[in-house]
Structures are given as structure tokens and as C-alpha cells.
Write a protein that binds this ligand. Structure first.
Ligand code: CA
Length: 288
């Protein structure tokens, strides 16, 4: 039996920040059928683990967009760190461009001590030009961003650069469209980095070998699981790499059109138990 890879935010997690009982039930059905159900998220491993524990789930977890993979008990299976001097250069550019950013390490999510004010200020500046629903949407995403577990507030980012921490992922975040575009333009051609996005407001940089798709392939090999049949379900740009690795790719109804065009099937939204529907559809399809 194969593997089922599920993204967290905008996919398994609904807009109330919960994993529904219907989705949990579907995961258990797939496990009973012999499938290895794996989480594949942009979140740091410890942050994802806490969310899964809250829902009573214990699963293999691909974290930081494929830079890490851990067993249900927390053993490291995959760890692809970024080169430190590359991180230093990128962070220098982000600081100069006045970006809010986070560095994902094994022991925490490191962010400059006063960086949050950049995000509050960006929303403040947009109050005059954006509509109320747009501001509400930004505030919803800001809450989600700041509710991750394991923040470490840096007095000085040199402490991390000179420390022993492995850095897996640099997440840059902005509500300013032009700032995000400048970031995207700056890094999109770099062959020595993976650049993806998992939210309307971020860009994420990793080692060029790191992607959710590569990590799914690697886990399948390590766990001796077949990739035909296998399924993946997600909602954002950072999920597209998985769609090419599995036999059956599902995209959430809440995804944007570009991501939708990359998957084989569209399932319901994250607020309508889209993951459960995708799992049942896949299990039925395989049995036919
Ligand atoms: Ca997502």
C-alpha cells in the first residue's frame, strides 16, 4: 500500500484553526486500509507536532517545506539545512528591504525582536486604501502567522549565524504587494535555492534539494511504501512539487487557479472537510 501526503494550513486545518472529526475519521480509515498517512507542511516540525497532538494524531511529518522529516515519535529522518553564508546574504537583503522574516531551526523559529511592528505598520498603512474585508483577511493571516509555536526573539541575528543551529527555511512575510514582488523577483531565478509560497503573503527559501515532493519521494523509499497508488492534497504553491510525485493529486477548492491547474482533481474547501472527501474519493478510485 502507498502513501497519502496531506498539507496542514488551508488543507487539513479549517478556518477555525481546527482539524475536523470528519477529517480525522478519514485519516484513520486510510490507515486501516494500509496507507501511510504523512503530513507535509511549511511549518516547523515542533509546531506541526503540537497541532497534530491537539487532534490526537501521531503521523510522520515533513516540515519546513520538505527540509525536514520526522517519525511520529519525533526521530529525525531527513534534515536538509541551508548553507550559513547563503542565509547571511539573504537576511542582509531582507533587512535592507525592511521585510519581516523568520528562520526555522530545530529548536525554534527565530525572528528579530522588533520585527512584528513591520507587519502591524503595513496593515496600518493599508487601512486607507484597502477595503474592510481585505484588512480582515490580512488580520486573519497575521493571527495565524503569529500563533506558531516556538518563537525565539533575536536581539541580534549574528547569534544564530554564529551558533550551531541548522537553518532549514527562511520565511519572509509582507502585506505590501510591491515588497513581496521585489522579493520574488530577487530570488526566483536562483538555482541555488528553492523558492515557494504557502500563503498569500509570504515567500519561503530553502536548500535547492528541499521540497515537499522530494521529501514525499524520500519518505516513501525509507518506509518502503509504493507511490502507485499514492495521493497528495494541498492548497498552495509549496504543494505543487508533491503533485508530480504521487499518482493522484488533489487540490482544495479554496486554492487559487494557478495551483488548481497543477492537480488532477479538485476537492471541497478546508471548511467543508475537503481532505476527507479527497481521501474517500482516492480510496474508492483505487478499489475500482
Ligand atoms: Ca497550505
Amino acid at each position: 500500500m502507498g502513501l497519502i501526503a496531506i498539507d496542514l494550513d488551508g488543507t487539513l486545518i479549517n478556518n477555525q484553526h481546527d482539524i475536523s472529526q470528519e477529517n480525522i475519521k478519514a485519516i484513520k480509515t486510510a490507515q486501516d486500509d494500509g496507507y501511510e498517512v504523512v503530513i507535509a507542511t511549511g511549518r516547523a516540525h515542533f509546531d506541526a507536532k503540537k497541532i497534530l497532538e491537539g487532534a490526537g494524531l501521531s503521523l510522520y511529518t515533513i516540515g519546513a517545506n520538505g527540509s525536514t522529516a520526522h517519525s511520529p515519535s519525533g526521530t529525525t529522518i531527513l534534515s536538509i539545512e541551508m548553507l550559513k553564508d547563503k542565509v547571511v546574504d539573504i537576511v542582509k537583503w531582507l533587512d535592507h528591504a525592511h521585510f519581516y522574516y523568520e528562520l526555522f531551526c530545530d529548536d525554534g523559529i527565530y525572528t528579530p525582536k522588533d520585527a512584528r511592528h513591520i507587519l502591524y505598520q503595513e496593515i496600518e498603512d493599508l487601512q486607507h486604501v484597502a477595503l474592510k474585508p481585505e484588512i480582515d483577511f490580512m488580520e486573519f493571516h497575521l493571527d495565524k502567522q503569529l500563533s506558531q509555536s516556538g518563537f525565539v526573539f533575536m536581539e541580534n541575528n549574528q547569534d544564530v549565524f554564529q551558533g550551531k543551529q541548522k537553518i532549514y527555511n527562511i520565511l519572509a512575510y509582507s502585506f505590501d504587494k510591491h515588497k513581496r514582488q521585489r522579493g520574488w523577483e530577487m530570488f526566483k531565478e536562483r538555482k541555488d535555492l528553492t523558492l515557494v509560497t504557502s500563503s498569500p503573503f509570504n515567500l519561503e527559501l530553502e536548500h535547492p534539494d528541499a521540497s515537499k515532493g522530494n521529501a514525499v519521494g524520500y519518505l516513501a523509499k525509507v518506509l518502503n511504501k509504493d507511490l502507485s497508488p499514492s495521493m497528495a492534497v494541498g492548497d498552495s504553491g509549496n504543494d505543487i512539487s508533491m503533485f508530480g510525485v504521487v499518482s493522484d493529486s488533489y487540490v482544495m477548492a479554496n486554492a487559487d487557479d494557478e495551483v488548481k491547474s497543477k492537480a488532477k482533481y479538485v476537492t471541497a474547501s478546508n471548511d467543508e472537510d475537503g481532505v476527507a472527501q479527497a481521501i474517500y474519493d482516492f480510496l474508492n478510485r483505487v478499489k475500482q
